[in-house]
Design a protein around this ligand. Structure first.
Ligand SMILES: *Cc1c(COP(=O)(O)O)cnc(C)c1O
Length: 386
């Protein structure tokens, strides 16, 4: 990274001046897209820094250094999707080992653990991480890791990151945290002791519903080397084109998050007093049970609000009646996205497990975009009354 990249600068400045923001050779205002699979050896006795794009690509490397800087880590890794980042990272574990996981983890992570890694002999126990005692109770002789997601998806439950990572360290456990919902603008888990931070960069980091990507960051040298070996060995890398597009989106992360969060707070307050809404989940609400812990470890509440409209039929009516948000899987984009966890992100979860985790048939998840919030509220109000 160049000297222009100063770690002491504020987050908004780092987003724009991250080291590869100006091309060293030409002065170009963005890092070139190195659309090459292989690299010439000018001198066979002195192998080049890059030799094959699965093992390393300068455009991808710029993105990897960028996310490492933003998360306060040292080593970043870019993958073809969030699930590619998460699945590759889980391969730090071996057959016979056990991981403790947030119970309302992202549906894809749940599916990975229960249908794929389970087959390879990697065991998992899902616990309610709002209750630290149940985390401790899940410890087994073969436990090797703890996987957190906070706020969780879609019920926005809060895990105490510092408490969990301190306990994990005492027991020699690796800690991983899916930071997709908060992004490094609002939450930097490495500062709270997490070993590895993971992202579906498909969401807020890229921000425009046009890129599929995943990221992993660690501050630890040894873990960095192991992740590099896995990324190269599995071949789950992000392409140069997508790396460039992701960096383009990330430059506006703070501007987007600030706007969307302000709107999300307004939406959550409005929903809380709506007669047709049974429950609202948002860590910024005064009555959210995890609010204090969340405020101690995060700089904001994010742009995702989940709420219960009272039943599956009502939820479907609302989803069909809204005019403004995309009705879709995914979140974290310039346009608002309304999704239905029971039939979308958490469809892989058996109904009884889903209900146990508070993902009811009436629960919908609103990811607030950059539209005018008054228009979004008027639109949702009409849909709720439909
Ligand atoms: C979307 C998502 C993922 C998976 O990411 P993909 O890019 O879709 O593979 C993982 N975790 C969370 C919290 C997500 O929202």
């Amino acid at each position: 990274m160049s000297e222009r990249n100063n770690k002491d600068r504020k987050f908004a400045t780092k987003l724009l001046h991250f080291g590869a923001d100006i091309d060293e050779h030409t002065g170009a205002s963005s890092v070139p897209i190195f659309q090459a699979s292989t690299f010439h050896h000018h001198d066979i006795f002195n192998p080049p820094q890059y030799d094959y794009s699965r093992s390393g690509n300068p455009t991808r490397q710029a993105l990897e250094d960028y996310i490492a800087l933003l998360e306060g880590g040292k080593h970043g890794f870019a993958f073809a999707s969030g699930m590619a980042a998460i699945s590759t990272t889980f391969l730090l574990l071996s057959a016979g080992e056990h991981v403790i996981v947030t119970e309302d983890v992202y549906g894809g992570t749940y599916r990975l653990l229960t249908t794929i890694l389970s087959r390879l002999g990697i065991e998992s126990t899902f616990v309610d991480m709002t209750d630290f005692e149940s985390v401790k109770a899940a410890l087994k002789p073969n436990t090797k890791a703890v996987f957190m997601e906070t706020p969780s998806n879609p019920t926005l439950k809060i895990t105490n990151i510092a408490e969990t990572t301190a306990w994990a360290k005492e027991h020699g456990l690796l800690t991983m945290l899916d930071n997709t919902f908060m992004t490094p603008y609002h939450q930097r888990p490495i500062e709270q002791g997490a070993d590895i931070v993971l992202h579906s960069a498909t969401k807020f980091l890229s921000g425009h519903s046009d890129v599929l990507a995943g990221l992993a960051v660690t501050a630890d040298e040894g873990l960095g080397r192991r992740l590099k070996t896995l990324q190269n060995g599995m071949g789950t890398v992000l392409s140069a084109q997508e790396s460039w597009l992701l960096m383009r989106g990330m430059k506006t992360l703070q501007a987007r998050m600030e706007h969307s969060e302000r709107s999300a707070r307004k939406l959550a307050e409005w929903l809380s007093s709506h007669p047709l809404v049974e429950a609202v989940y948002y860590p910024g609400l005064a009555d959210h049970p995890g609010r204090e812990i969340h405020e101690s470890q995060s700089l904001g509440y994010g742009a995702v609000v989940s709420f219960d409209v009272g039943g599956g039929d009502k939820a479907k009516t609302v989803l069909n009646a809204v005019q403004l948000p995309l009705v879709a899987v995914s979140l974290g984009a310039v346009e608002s996205i309304l999704s239905y966890p029971a039939m979308m992100s958490h469809a892989a979860m058996p109904r009884e497990v889903r209900l146990e985790r508070g993902i009811t048939d009436g629960l919908v998840r609103y990811s607030v975009g950059l539209e005018d919030i008054d228009d979004l509220i008027a639109d949702l109000d009409a849909a709720l009354r439909a």
